[in-house]
Design a protein around this ligand. Structure first.
Ligand SMILES: Cc1ncc(COP(=O)(O)O)c(C=O)c1O
Length: 395
């Protein structure tokens, strides 16, 4: 049978990147003592209040059809929240609610780019970005992030990749997998390029609330001159430890939201009113779990750094935000993929190969910080023993 060009473009861009995670789950199912440092699942359950609000809303009859833009209570809560945070007035006309950041990114990119366009994105990048861009038919133009600039995307590096076909500058701060947080001056320099070359800025800010102490989050939405060309996506998945609710949104100009509306209607014909009611509460009340998560993830990144950095040539990159640390295993001469497979098979520690996030992270591993401290300690001990055994030295 024949399948669409889109389906073909997406083959090999989905599940293959999560193969180690799949294998780890398989091993666990057979009783193996696997430490899972693969995915970014929050380390606490969602606040009980979100469940109470959702079920109450369902019991109160908010189970009917909605509309493609979103329910009034969620849109109003988002408008008040972003007005307070970003320092300019946003209204309901600046938002469309969608099921999670992932769907919001899909809808936004599909609104901004298509075949023949180029989308500039940092490499490494979150594992679904390749598929998101491929789905639109646009060409992915990777810009290498450099450890010496803290893996933060630099305007000078982007400038070298701009062509007449460039259409979207796709940002992600705090960044997955590096945990880098763009500074205001870096965003301003990237924004100046966007203005000069008439690019859209698409900014994935799903980790905004997981910035570690001492680091300040900044957004292109902070800068008035970038408002007409900026689209931000986010959700309650990370901030409220609530990924399963699938509650996210896009923020953009009123014109952008109007242009995207038919796509939202075509895809979903409206999100769930009971999720909207819970989201309105979650956004207005703020997160009771985000600061605790950020503190634990920062502490665990320090723990990994203390245990592994400098051991037998390993290096640890400490994040500024988010749920992951990076381990540079190039001293072993193995690829991230080969190392992660062997580490899982021999030492029952599941990690994400850097290659799953782009060429820029070949020879690295991404380690999730969402496991308890004791499990992270044990994982470090196993990784040290594994590396020592590979190199024929004592652990
Ligand atoms: C950078 C990044 N963007 C988007 C997502 C998807 O988030 P959501 O659960 O809101 O769809 C994730 C999930 O891990 C992520 O790491």
């Amino acid at each position: 049978m024949n399948y669409s060009a889109l389906t073909h473009r997406l083959q090999d861009l989905g599940g293959a990147k999560w193969e180690i995670h799949r294998l780890a789950r398989q091993m666990k199912a057979t009783g193996a003592d696997v430490i899972e440092l693969t995915i970014g699942q929050p380390d606490v359950p969602c606040p009980p209040e979100l469940i109470v609000r959702t079920t109450a809303a369902m019991e109160n009859g908010r189970t009917g059809y909605s509309n493609g833009r979103g329910e009034a209570d969620a849109l109003a809560a988002l408008a008040a929240h972003y007005t307070a945070r970003r320092g300019h007035a946003f209204g309901p006309e600046n938002f469309i609610t969608l099921p999670g950041t992932q769907t919001a990114l899909f809808a936004a990119l599909s609104t901004l780019a298509g075949p023949g366009d180029e989308v500039i994105v940092a490499d490494p990048m979150y594992a679904t970005y390749e598929g998101l861009i491929a789905a639109t038919g646009a060409k992915l133009v990777p810009v290498a992030l450099r450890p010496e600039t803290g893996f933060r995307l630099q305007a000078t590096d982007v400038a070298a990749h701009i062509t007449p076909k460039s259409r979207v500058l796709f940002l992600n701060s705090p960044h997955n997998p590096t945990g880098a947080v763009l500074r205001t001056d870096e965003i301003a320099a990237l924004g100046a390029l966007a203005i000069q070359h008439d690019l859209w800025i698409l900014s994935d800010e799903v980790y905004e609330d997981l910035v570690f102490d001492g680091v300040r989050f900044a957004s292109p939405l902070d800068l008035p001159e970038l408002l007409p060309r900026t689209v931000v996506t986010s959700s309650i998945s990370k901030s409220h430890a609530a990924p399963g609710f699938r509650s996210g949104w896009c923020i953009g100009s009123a014109e952008f939201c109007t242009m995207m509306l038919p796509l939202s209607e075509t895809m979903l014909f409206g999100s769930q009113p009971f999720i909207a009611e819970m989201t309105a509460h979650a956004i207005a009340a703020g997160s009771p779990v985000a600061r605790g998560m950020a503190a634990r993830f920062a502490r665990r990144a320090d723990l990994i750094h203390g245990r592994l950095h400098g051991h037998a040539g390993l290096a640890v990159h400490r994040p500024e935000a988010g749920m992951f640390a990076l381990l540079d295993i190039r001293c072993t001469g193995m690829s991230g993929e080969a190392f992660a497979r062997a580490l899982l098979a021999q030492s029952a520690v599941a990690t994400m190969p850097g290659e799953s996030f782009g060429k820029g992270l070949a020879g690295w591993l991404r380690l999730s910080l969402t496991q308890p401290d004791a499990a992270i300690e044990t994982a470090c001990t196993r990784i040290k023993a594994f590396v020592s055994q590979k190199q024929g030295t004592a652990a």
